[in-house]
Design a protein around this ligand. Structure first.
Ligand code: IDP
Ligand code: MG
Length: 150
């Protein structure tokens, strides 16, 4: 079982498409184990995107991700990292296939609606930026709700 971290970026909140994106995960049978709306601090944003700190678009990326509230979601499922990346579509919405989240909801690489962890190691690191262990739902009763969903 894997976990992954999704951010519905400030443009998703501004456009009012958070519900649609969350519904796609739910309908796919992916389990939500944590969710919150928050403003990211500049320091948190720099930590989140530290792998990109030397890229020319880093400042623009940080300014965008702190420009408004976002929704952080921890998801759990088998191969959920890859599954969510596939559902997201390519980083550049111009190359994202129709039917993917970016292919349907975004047009611009700078405002591409959603972040998803790119591997299990970054997922663990990123989930820790947004959630304490006690904020992640792992109750047995909650598990049983998902048992029969196939
Ligand atoms: P990902 O979000 O698909 O994993 P990354 O390469 O990790 O893509 O880049 C992180 C974010 O940085 C992208 O989602 C996008 O918002 C932004 N970004 C990536 N490349 C560019 C670029 O060339 N110009 C502006 N922003 C970019
Ligand atoms: Mg990435």
């Amino acid at each position: 079982m894997e976990n992954t971290l999704v951010l519905l970026k400030p443009d998703a909140v501004a456009k009012g498409v958070c519900g649609e994106i969350i519904a796609r995960f739910e309908k796919r049978g992916i389990k939500i184990i944590g969710m919150k709306m928050l403003y990211l601090s500049r320091a948190q944003a720099a930590i989140h995107y530290s792998e990109h700190q030397d890229k020319p678009f880093f400042d623009e990326l940080v300014n965008f991700i702190i420009s408004g509230p976002l929704v952080a979601i921890a998801l759990q499922g088998e191969n959920v990292v890859k599954l969510v990346r596939t559902m997201m579509g390519s980083t550049n919405p111009l190359e994202a296939a129709p039917g993917t989240i970016r292919g349907d909801l975004a047009t611009n690489i700078k405002n591409n609606i959603i972040h998803g962890s790119d591997g299990p190691v970054s997922a663990k690191r990123e989930i820790n930026i947004y959630f304490n262990d006690s904020e992640l739902c792992k109750e047995v009763a909650y598990e049983s709700l998902y048992k029969d969903r196939g």
